[in-house]
Design a protein around this ligand. Sequence first.
Ligand code: HEM
Length: 361
Amino acid sequence: MKHKPIYYSEYLELDKVLSSQNPKSLEHGNEAHDETLFIIIHQAYELWFKQIIHEVDSIYKIFNQDKIRPNDLSTVNHRLSRIVEIQRVLNSQLRIIETMTPLDFMKFRDYLMPASGFQSIQFRIIELRLGLREKYRSGMSRKFFNSRLKQEDRDLLANLEKEPTLLELVDGWLSRMPFANMKGFNFWQEYLDAVNTMLDRDKLLIEQNKTLHPKELEFELKNLESTRINYHSLLDEKKYNDLYEKGEVRLSRNAKLSAIFINLFRDEPILQLPYRLMNHLIDIDEMFTTWRYQHSIMAHRLLGTKIGTGGSSGHEYLKQAADNNRVFTDLFDLATFLIPEEVIPSLPGEIKRDLGFVFEE
Ligand code: HEM
């Protein structure tokens, strides 16, 4: 061996890790059995948050370049899928803390005030790095966001706010793709024609449905028209940009068009990695939202309607944050713009060839 042999516990610095569980109730001479669990579960979360930041940072670096090579995309997909697996573990861990009863929690809860998960700076870094800028937070969440943090943590987040988020970098990458305007082939006009044919067919089905009450008929037709407006606003640059300026959509128009194109033609060889990438981002958002809901229900179970140690309304605040603090909603919304396979306009041979793998003798 060229290097010095190393001992397991020294390599992992277990002396530090395992001497970091110091229940406050013990310090106060009134040890609460469950406080050790409470500390360990938070520490386990923070370790996994550290790993998620490690993965997100490496993905961020790849996207923060002018050109992204196919090999890099494969690395990105691999790491995104690892984040999803970590989140799966994080979500299931909440069940462990639910073995603690509200009365057991009360035995040590007051010793923690005003510390709270609110102050998990790593959680905030993940949210912000992914794309949850302060302006996108729900009103209640924005109010509490900075108020409970130390100045150095606030400064750290303020600096991060100045950098592009992963969502914005992904937007740039999608926008650079040529699918908004392809070699003189007006795909989007053909797409709009296909949409109109599809919606006209749906309209006929609704009108011919004799089981509908006049009020239901009116409602269904109105719904159909708002779907039509939705499609048209995507293809009307000015209308779309207005929505973008107002923050009602977070992907720019060209990025959205590329994302739709990738979804429609996901089986074409060069679109497979981008398609998987978008799905991983959707998974990450879904996993975080699931965690937020489960955490809010767990807080309800342990606190009832009491306020949180960080001073928020507790369960109510968490529920609202789960509904609103999402990042990749535009990718979820893509499903609105997908049309059945049989009406998707076919691509000219030259473009189809460009989307395939080229083998030369
Ligand atoms: C007894 C178990 C727990 C209870 C009763 C609880 C309760 C709460 C409450 C009420 C809040 C809102 C802020 C406040 O007023 O304090 C909060 C926020 C938070 N908690 Fe927990 N929590 C528990 C366990 C955990 C665990 C194990 C984690 C893992 C790290 C965690 C992470 C967070 C985070 C990240 C926030 C901020 C969420 C946001 O602002 O969107 N909590 N928690």
